[in-house]
Design a protein around this ligand. Sequence first.
Ligand code: MSP
Length: 639
Amino acid sequence: MEKTFYITTPIYYPSDKLHIGHSYTTVAADSLARYMRLRGYDCRFLTGTDEHGQKIERVAAENGKPPKEYVDGIVEWIKELWSALDIEYDDFIRTTDRKHMECVQKIFRRLYEQGDIYKGKYEGLYCAPCETFFTERQLKDGKCPDCGRAVEPVSEEAYFFRLSKYQGAIIKHIEENPEFIQPQSRQNEMLNNFLRPGLEDLCVSRTSFKWGVPVDFDPGHVVYVWIDALSNYVTALNYLTEEDALFKKYWPADIHLVGKEIVRFHAIIWPALLMALGLPLPKQVFGHGWLIIDGGKMSKSKGNVIDPRPLAERYGIDAVRYFLMREVPFGQDGNFTHEALLNRINADLANDLGNLLSRAVGMIDKYFGGVLPSEQESGEFDGELIKTAEGAVSAVEDFMGRLLFSDALTEIWAFIRRANKYVDETRPWVLAKSPEKSARLAGVLYNLAESLRIIAVLVSPFMTRCPSEIRRQIGASAPALAEWGSVEKFGALPRDVRAAKGEPIFPRLDIAEELKRYQDAPAEAPETPGKPEISLDDFSKIELKIGEVLACEKVEGTDKLLKSQIKIGDEVRTIVSGIAKSYSPEEMLGKKVTVVTNLKPVKLRGILSQGMLLAAEGADGGPSLLTPDRGAGSGAVIS
Ligand code: MSP
């Protein structure tokens, strides 16, 4: 039976600002998938997009589009990004796919029916941009610990998943399966920081927004983020459908590749959900480090994101992919600089690899008219070269098995450098001067061509373009010569090598010149968190007036809303506002407030609210009403 391998990336939040950091995860997954295919596995590589939630709902509205229409455009953009980096996924799941949504509903219902999901009340602090709930303890200076923005107190009916029930089983699984969470440091972090201190049940539905998978047995609730997002790994395989052959074939996943900040969800929540569903757990969750910039995380709000596309266009896809996998040991954080990229291109790609190819092909061409004679002699230095080649192959196998991409590439480059040294040691240009040494010269050039062929195969999981060009130039285009089996022993290349000269595969760059492009380039304007610019005309459509609170009471059935009677000039209006947690009705009496008076009336809890009170975000994170500075009277126009 064919060996299978199922690898996933996280599903990405739809944003047209995905950057080289996001590409890091996908390039790693793609490289591993290519490697597994090369090793004869039936490999399935899944990626996709995580499209629901309040944030998308809001951003779509800001862009004047229904959420689905908004995400459709972005998903196309993301697919183009992956294609610009030669990412070859087998499946792309969208959480708005019907099959996904139906399966999430089935999962939710099943967990509810078996008692793993129950209805309760959620009270907490919510950060809308991060779509995350926090406890008071988790806040930093009263703000969201992740983005530093204000959080809002929320209290609502919600469904909960009995995460706490699975604490012991997860700890046991991790202890019995040391490979489950990698690298080791992340395993310790999960056990010591989260699992051993104790797990709380998890809020898995919301009523405060609509853009999500509806809970089919309780309208008004939508499935909240993690059940929707995490289950993509099985819904993509048609889990819980009649046509679940893919699920049977590929589940459990061999590896979930994720960035370090979401290991927790994959190593705790996801296993608990799978246990509840009676499904086997993935074999491994690997949490890689971040690509950072000037010591900090790349983020669109800081305006320091690097777009991989112009880099791939200018230096080639191979250069970008090579850099990403080589520069930073997978698992650790690493700084991105243009200088480091350019140095890698010149030193490793142009000097080491590019030179080896042009030297070998150039000499086969020059000394033998492009075709090596069959009479070939071995000699000094061959043994060491062959030993290095075979050693590199087994080292790559070992490193790739542990996702040590950078170490695998370091090993391949040690072999490339050894081959360059072999040229200096055997000195073909000297051999060429003596006709009686022709067989030795042919032997030397054969060894170089064979080394290059092996190198082409070894780098092919990482680099998608140059391997076929290397093989073309050394006359090794036959598909069998690109197979892994052909590199385990030196010498698979037929002796009568037919070389075809070509352009240098990695032209040398003038680094100082190139760097100017980035120094001169204006930094991308930071994306100010907020709404799109509007014209004065737009602004003048809003009518703002000062009002005075004549009466105020709590709205029944909620602890969030106050109903106020507000005098605005000659008229009195009823306005409902979500300020009950910060203001008591007594405190409101007589207050001068700022009112949006031409807002279309809306019904809140059955009360027609005829306007809106303006409030700023107060120091405690709650609303702070705007009142006029100097005695402006009721009805005064604000302009
Ligand atoms: N939607 C969630 C994942 C749900 S999985 C069930 C999410 N999406 S994301 O778009 O924010 O991030 C996707 C992946 O990109 C994550 O693994 C994240 O770690 C990775 N990266 C984002 N920025 C990164 C860097 N600067 N460096 C390396 N990886 C980074 O999280």
